[in-house]
Design a binder for this molecule. Sequence first.
Ligand code: F0G
Length: 420
Amino acid sequence: MHLRCGACGATHPADRLVIRCHCGGLLDVVIDRNGPIDRAIFDRRLTALVGAERSGVWRYRELLPPLPDTAIVTKPEGNTNLYEVPGLAAWAGVSRLVLKHEGENPTGSFKDRGMTVATSHALWVGASVVACASTGNTSASVAAYAAAAGLPAIVFLPVGKISAAKLGQAIAYGARIVQIRGDFDAAMALVQEAARRFGIYLLNSINPFRLEGQKTIVVELLHQLGWEVPDWIILPGGNLGNTAAVGKALAELHEVGLIGRMPRVAVVQAEGAAPFYAAYRTGFKEYRPVHPETVATAIRIGDPVSYAKARRTIEVTGGVVAAVSDAAILEAKARIDRAGIGCEPASAATLAGLRALVAEGVIPVGASVAGILTGHLMKDTDAVMAYHLGPDAETHPLANPPRVIDPTPAALEELLSEVL
Ligand code: F0G
């Protein structure tokens, strides 16, 4: 195993964390594989009840960095459900939609898949302190995995711009919290500087080991689909680490023959935080960071770190990028919630984007689509309350405000007469 720069091709050793190449390029983990991979080995591990084989990440370890068992920190993550959602498929305008709910991970988001691999790598290389910048979910995951590994963690957060639930998780798991007067991008720049200056182990998705773990979202999805490749895979994009991981996973699965063809990847951004979408519209000729603003705070990012790798994902898979309004995100979220599944606002960009891409004729009605929900409903209950009880709740088609009544049979009868 070694690291290779995606920009200049230089190689670096994998037994320490090199954050960027000396040319400034992003690094990939390159794994030397010996021989073909037998799918049956993944099936056999499904019966494991405890330990690394129980993990929906390490189950696929033939596709992951070969770290020693003694370094592995697992909770165990992954094993997220795949939901067949005919009602939401009809709403979006496609004949078949499945949703993979990454909010069902131990800390409530897909970040745990990356964190198990990167934290294990941190232990293996003897890191003494780990850190990240975050819009919330990464910090919750870093805090939990660092606690499990017995490593101190520092998390850099944009003050006032992350949900209370995510901040609460990071506090509870014992990370040291630094709130930055600035947005995520400023926090990201600062933590990279801290990592360079003080030798802190960086757990953001610029760390290529994070992306190795996140590849398993797609690997597990395809395993659940019996290795039957959907026409499209659709996911939200913020810092674009996940987009990068999905592309790398698909390229590698194709290369080792676990899948026979590539699905197309659609990445959805929030309109107010859509630098990747804007670049896509210029054929990737121009890229400009933006001042991000969106109700989907998880993807409130104006200068995504993994831009170059995400671009590769779109190019390799014949993918597309879309942008959707906050109103569309909130309506899609309310529908996912009402289907009994639930997710946080950023995750609902997946469904809102699918609906928009079908309406534009980019995704055909007959397409089979797998959507990724990235975070749990409980990650942002403020967003739920704002939609259902806020000042403009009346304009929301699915608003479901609680009713308050006096504790009398008459009041109850009046209420029930409306319901029954
Ligand atoms: N959905 C959720 C729920 C997220 O938390 C994030 C990113 C994304 C989507 C976008 O993924 O950055 O890989 O494109 N959250 C990061 C964080 C930035 O700090 O928790 P991405």
